[in-house]
Design a protein around this ligand. Structure first.
Ligand SMILES: [Zn+2]
Length: 291
């Protein structure tokens, strides 16, 4: 993947690395409703002990900005550049898709942090993984997560990292389209936990599909190869609820799925990637057992 070649301007990155964070968590702010829990339910429904058990080594490519004025070091900071390029390109791609539909896309921001920081959805820390907060329209990302992917979650790779970012941006797109609000209402009205979880699965699979739509639009500029696509597919497989549950507790309980199975995540990512058409990402009309 040639991410340096991705067009776009201004990724809206808020760099909070190496200062101003809340190590180990901090105090959650109010307003954390059902939707937030569903969305924060995270990209990776991983047991924090798995995350924290990985040791404390630093990722090889990560250059932490130790001074408040990190602007000069950002230029030579690959993590920052990568995230910025992916974000600015998602802005370009979604901006144009919205424009064609006669709508206006409001660009999200992305907060890069280390260990912990405050979000509009409460305290964020490395253990929760990347997430999108609809209250402040920001994606939160601890870049040590990329090295965790390398070690534990399907092997990583730049297109796999980009998929993670594009999935969170997919949640922003859902927020912009009012889908997130509708899902929140349905979840509140749900009579069983299994029913509420099913809405979460539909939302997550749609975000995977939206990530694929972005991948399709970026493939020429970023020179996406078959090997790149395989990276993203391996990640989608690794983070399926069935796979994570099997690893965490040795068994699988489909009713408790909140993100979808490995196969479903791969299928929906590929649906978006092959078609490049967000209209193919309707995970809400299909029967639940046909997703
Ligand atoms: Zn998600």
């Amino acid at each position: 993947m040639d991410w340096k070649n991705l067009p776009g301007s201004g990724g809206n990155i808020e760099d909070r690395r190496g200062g101003g964070g809340l190590p180990g968590g901090g105090i959650a702010v109010g307003g954390v409703g059902g939707l937030i829990i569903a969305l924060i339910a995270m990209f990776f429904g991983i047991d924090p002990s798995v995350v924290l058990g990985g040791g404390s080594e630093s990722p090889p490519a990560q250059t932490q900005t130790q001074t408040p004025s990190g602007a000069s070091s950002q230029a030579s900071d690959e993590n920052y550049q990568f995230v910025n390029n992916v974000m600015r390109n998602t802005n370009l791609v979604w901006g144009s898709i919205f424009q064609k539909a006669g709508r206006t896309y409001t660009n999200p921001s992305l907060v890069l942090y280390t260990r912990g920081t405050q979000s509009g959805c409460g305290a964020a820390n490395s253990a929760v993984g990347p997430f999108y907060c609809p209250n402040d329209n920001k994606v939160y990302l601890d870049t040590s997560f990329f090295s965790q992917m390398d070690r534990q979650l399907g092997g990583g790779g730049d297109f796999a990292y980009a998929y993670v970012i594009a999935h969170e941006v997919g949640h922003h797109v859902q927020n912009e389209l009012g889908i997130a609000d509708q899902v929140e209402r349905k979840q509140r009205a749900a009579r069983t936990e299994a029913e509420a979880n099913s809405y979460s699965v539909r939302l997550e699979l749609q975000a995977d599909c939206f990530a694929g739509v972005w991948g399709n639009a970026s493939q020429t500029d970023a020179k996406i190869t078959q090997a790149d696509v395989q990276e993203a597919v391996r990640t989608a497989e690794a983070i399926g609820d069935d796979n994570l549950q099997r690893q965490a507790r040795g068994g699988v309980v489909p009713d408790s799925f909140t993100h979808g199975s490995s196969q479903q995540r791969v299928n929906w990512f590929m649906t978006g990637f092959r078609s490049g058409d967000p209209n193919q990402c309707d995970t809400f009309s299909k029967a639940y057992n046909q997703l």
